[in-house]
Design a protein around this ligand. Structure first.
Ligand SMILES: [Zn+2]
Length: 70
């Protein structure tokens, strides 16, 4: 099980979507636009599953929950 990261189109920085999947599931999900709130722009970005990066774990400092508190 990992978590999906997407890249912010405005800042080029990656952030976690909070969506947890495994690689097998990710390869089978439909390529539908998903909207996720960006911690950098404070707006929602739309993205496709194939654009997301699956990582096993992210450091706590990269969690959206922690970034919102800064
Ligand atoms: Zn953004």
């Amino acid at each position: 099980m990992g978590v999906l990261l997407i890249k912010c189109p405005n800042t080029g920085r990656e952030f976690a979507t909070g969506i947890q999947v495994d690689a097998d599931t990710l390869s089978r999900v439909p390529q539908e636009l998903t909207h996720t709130h960006c911690p950098y722009c404070k707006v929602e970005h739309s993205w496709l599953p194939r654009e997301a990066k699956l990582v096993d774990a992210i450091p706590p400092g990269d969690w959206i929950e922690n970034q919102n508190r800064r």
